[in-house]
Write a protein that binds this ligand. Sequence first.
Ligand code: ATP
Length: 213
Amino acid sequence: MTARIGLLGGTFDPIHLGHLRLALEVRESLGLDHVRLLPCHQPPHRAAPNVGSAERTEMLRLALADCPELQLDARELERDGPSYTLETLKSLREELGEDARLVWILGCDAFVGLEKWHRWRELLDWANFLVVSRPGWDIPTQGPLAAWLSEHGVEPRSLLDRPAGGIAVQTLRLLPISATEIRALIQSGSSPQFLLPDSVWHAIRERGFYRAR
Ligand code: ATP
């Protein structure tokens, strides 16, 4: 059977229920074998995360412990320098073979910044893309990303007809949670409980992550 793998990259600073529901709902709607969550080691396009890669990965491990459909893939931690998605996709393709159906999953907040990604037009040579709408963010209707979408756009149900090269847009019921909000709650002394897995909130308290300095 041809492998059908979803990929969700992020800083996961920290991982929360919005990420986990996104990954699980995409897995179910596309019928993927599993979705891999890939923590970014050195984000090329945004400020350095508040907590180190090893600690963010540890929180991911805790969050995924009871869910075999979602898996941790920590390959970006093994590369020095900026964590370019293009390099990650090449290494996944090498591991999984040329027939594997790969789907890189992006919230539309991440999609609108795609033009800043390293050699972004080449990403489709290595994987398909699924852009998922997120409250408050619209899919671009003008400019290079809109043109890219109309050139390569396919229906979500036919995205897996090919190993790479298609982009689909899908609306899913997403939870309005962001890591920014969770960090702000902790810094102000409020509780983010129930926005993220209990095991992760427990580790954050134990280790003193995200407290005001
Ligand atoms: P921050 O607030 O620090 O920017 P974030 O919560 O947006 O963080 P990231 O690690 O930057 O999380 O996001 C990783 C991926 O998950 C991105 O593709 C993003 O669009 C998506 N994502 C983040 N939060 C949600 C959510 N609540 N629902 C669906 N997708 C989400």
